[in-house]
Design a protein around this ligand. Structure first.
Ligand code: DGL
Length: 268
């Protein structure tokens, strides 16, 4: 009879290193801070490393090859220390998530999904306006998602690059924001009356108040930040790499243009 091999359940030094490693959260700029906020709420013990490529934002107007190359370069750097990567950016997800998952098969890579499903689950919304970047709207990921919900609602999509700029420049609820958002929404609202709006870019929730000012209080806005935090939690659990520490996790904020760090800190 073979002797039984008894394995210790205590984590090895390697396990400890793995579980204590940070989760990297990436966005083209400061939009991903909203996702980071949800992650901190749900997973307070995880160490987090945020990087916003603020020097190169906005990504949404760039060609897909350039976006893919920027995202891959930053992901490679972040993944030298991180145990998982959250693409807190719909644009980066739509354009580059597949390539990243192919290159880093062992690492959980969590992306954003425009919150179409939550918008339709909450209530039978019939006319749904989806605001996103031009790059997200061009990609098949979104058309596949809209196709999956075909017949449940009529979807209208619109690129809104001005919203990314407003947030990057800190115009969240001032005269400049109101003027630009009026110029974006007035022509749309002259044609359709949406009963729900999906904010398909992580920058947009930061101007949600100003958007709602034009849509009225009865039109709900949906975004994917909370769902992404929940998906990260599920993926860490499934991979067995949750940080079991009882201490609050460390947070490191970084950006390619350090001037944005103060704004990030404020929005957190
Ligand atoms: N925050 C990003 C998104 O969710 C991209 C904004 C941009 O850089 O254009 O799509």
């Amino acid at each position: 009879m073979q002797p039984l091999t008894v394995r210790s359940c205590a984590p090895t030094a390697e396990d400890v290193k793995t579980t204590a490693a940070p989760v990297a959260v990436f966005d083209s700029g400061i939009g991903g801070i909203g996702v980071l906020r949800e992650i901190r709420k749900l997973l307070p013990h995880e160490n987090l490393l945020y990087f916003g490529d603020t020097a190169m934002a906005p990504y949404g107007e760039r060609p897909p090859e350039e976006i893919r190359s920027l995202v891959t370069r930053h992901a490679a750097r972040l993944l030298t220390s991180a145990k998982a990567l959250v693409l807190a950016c719909n644009t980066a997800t739509a354009v580059a998530a597949e390539a990243l998952r192919g290159a880093w098969r062992e690492i959980p890579i969590i992306g954003m999904e425009p919150a179409i499903k939550p918008a339709l689950l909450e209530k039978k919304h019939k006319t749904v306006l989806v605001l996103a970047t031009a790059a997200t709207l061009r990609e098949q990921k979104l058309s596949r998602l809209l196709k999956a919900y075909q017949g449940r609602a009529t979807f209208y999509t619109c690129a809104a690059p001005c919203l990314v700029r407003l947030v990057e420049e800190g115009h969240l609820d001032d005269e400049v924001a109101r003027r630009e958002i009026a110029a974006l929404l007035d022509p749309i609202l002259a044609r359709i009356s949406p009963d729900a709006v999906v904010l398909g870019c992580t920058h947009f929730p930061f101007v949600a108040g100003t958007i709602s000012h034009f849509l009225g209080p009865s039109v709900p806005l949906f975004d994917g930040a909370e769902g992404t935090a929940r998906e990260l939690s599920r993926r860490l659990e499934a991979a067995g790499i949750c940080n079991k520490s009882t201490k609050r996790g460390r947070l490191v904020l970084t950006a390619s243009s350090p001037a944005s760090l103060a704004v990030m800190q404020q929005l957190l």
